[in-house]
Design a protein around this ligand. Structure first.
Ligand code: GRF
Length: 205
């Protein structure tokens, strides 16, 4: 079934969430936004336009398993067909990510520079190209089958911040494009190999 209902998980500013919400066809599919961070700006962006939000903070739970179970309950209540990790900075268990098709946006060309500091790691390593990866999430961090990637040049004098800013402009285009392709049933997966099919030609064009 094509995903009609999307839940987005955020931890911070939520600029990628905003990029999804800026697309009317995707906005109407986002049924809930949840966060591990009650102060996440992403939650406010969603609440402001009437989307259900929930904050499930790790510190409010006895341990990680209880926290994840509470987050899973919130997600399950929204009955999503697709979960989008848009700057969600907590690691989720294999049990969680196998429950719903889940995609993540990561600020490097995976498998290079997995982890939470990808732009800084790319600058420190001296690579000339980094970029954006949108991938399905599996039980390993920044590891699942790659759906789309786009390169971003690392420029002389770049800092982690300046590189990340240019990477984010690409994220804001690539993530909505991938989510739309999934929603339209144009993404097929064969093991690690993912194909994004072109939309059908518009006969009126
Ligand atoms: C993005 O760069 C994303 O790749 C990474 O976390 C950042 C989140 O940014 N996983 P935002 O909260 O969407 O602005």
């Amino acid at each position: 079934m094509n995903p009609a209902r999307i839940v987005v998980l955020v931890s911070g500013s939520g600029s990628n969430l905003q990029a999804l919400l800026d697309q009317p066809d995707l906005r109407e599919r986002v049924v809930a936004v949840a966060s591990d961070n009650p102060d996440a700006t992403g939650l406010a962006r969603a609440a402001d336009i009437g989307i259900a939000t929930a904050a499930v903070a790790l510190r409010d739970h006895a341990d990680r398993a209880t926290w994840e179970a509470a987050l899973a309950d919130v997600v399950a209540d929204a009955a999503p067909d697709l979960v989008v990790l848009a700057g969600f900075m907590k690691i989720l268990s294999g049990a969680f990510v196998s429950r719903w098709p889940t995609v993540n946006v990561h600020p490097s060309l995976l498998p290079a520079f997995a982890g939470a500091h990808a732009p800084a790691d790319a600058v420190a390593w001296g690579v000339k190209l980094s970029g954006v990866t949108v991938h399905y999430v599996d039980e390993q961090v920044d590891h699942g089958p790659i759906i789309a990637q786009e390169a971003v040049a690392v420029l002389p004098g770049d800092t982690a911040e300046s590189l990340h800013a240019r990477i984010q402009t690409v994220e804001h285009r690539l993530l909505p494009a991938v989510v739309r392709a999934i929603c339209e049933g144009r993404v097929t997966v064969d093991g690690r190999h993912v194909t994004v099919h072109d939309p059908p030609e518009d006969p009126s064009a």
